[in-house]
Design a protein around this ligand. Structure first.
Ligand SMILES: Cc1ncc(COP(=O)(O)O)c(C=O)c1O
Length: 258
């Protein structure tokens, strides 16, 4: 089952909506915090609660935390699942597995480098799976990864760069399209008038700027497609390009409304 992450829930899954029967049948809970595309963050209490539920109903929690080092408030990094386990005295991280990547923290998606950490019993099988279903990283990529994981200065600089981009882009776009900086991630996730696919298509045709239609990021559910009427803007380009894109999006929104 899917839990929609919509504005009414602060873009976080409503775990209280899961019935006892659904928890009973659960084998794997997949979470993504900070989330893509909303940048919403699950707090420590929620993560602790999920670990207690995993114990009660015997399931594994897989947590995708690849945005955990891209956040706004330097004094408040998003909590992680293993951190939550440690606060509960679970230093074996039982039932918990987290996935991380250099793609976001180091702006290095081309390296295809990341790690998985957590419950040693689960990772034993995961290693076997990975050995048969993946390929080993080259030695050069391993050496570059080692350096990247050991250095925090470039990650702090990366966060500073994103703060600067959010401030510049929001100044241009907020007057024409309601949106705010998320607590984490490098995305803006505004609601747009009408169809998200039409918005993205017309924006590209007129202004040559690419945004991702929100409905492509989620599925149709009984209560609709939670991504519909949203677009995802990724502030990954250099500052000047983000500013230029924001100006074009603003022009597009203003002339489209006129
Ligand atoms: C939530 C999430 N998980 C994983 C990935 C992929 O990470 P990697 O580049 O390490 O495959 C992305 C990248 O877009 C992502 O947004």
């Amino acid at each position: 089952m899917f839990l929609n992450t919509v504005a009414e829930n602060g873009c976080r899954p409503d775990f209280d909506a899961v019935t006892p029967e659904q928890w009973r049948r659960c084998q794997l809970l997949y979470i993504c915090s900070p989330g893509n595309p909303t940048g919403a963050v699950l707090d420590l209490e929620t993560l602790q609660k999920l670990i207690r539920l995993a114990d009660a109903h015997d399931f594994v929690i897989a947590s995708d935390e690849c945005y955990s080092e891209i956040y706004q408030d330097e004094d408040r990094p998003p909590p992680g699942l293993l951190q939550a386990a440690a606060t509960m005295g679970r230093h074996d991280y039982r039932r918990c597995v987290v996935f991380h990547s250099l793609s976001k923290r180091s702006n290095a998606p081309g390296l295809r480098s990341g790690f998985v950490a957590g419950d040693a019993d689960i990772l034993k099988n995961f290693l076997l799976y990975r050995t048969y279903h993946g390929c080993a990283m080259s030695l050069a990529v391993q050496a570059a990864s080692e350096k990247a994981w050991q250095d925090e200065a470039h990650v702090r600089a990366n966060r500073d760069a994103y703060r600067e981009k959010f401030a510049a882009v929001l100044e241009i776009l907020q007057p024409v399209l309601p949106m705010s900086a998320p607590p984490a991630s490098f995305y803006l996730w505004p609601e747009v008038p009408g169809s998200d696919t039409e918005f993205a298509r017309e924006l590209f045709a007129r202004e040559h700027v690419t945004v991702l239609p929100g409905s492509f990021l989620s599925r149709d559910t009984d209560s609709g497609n939670p991504g519909a009427s949203h677009v995802r803007m990724a502030l990954v380009a250099p500052l000047e390009d983000c500013i230029e894109a924001a100006r074009r999006i603003r022009r597009f929104v203003e002339t489209r409304q006129a």
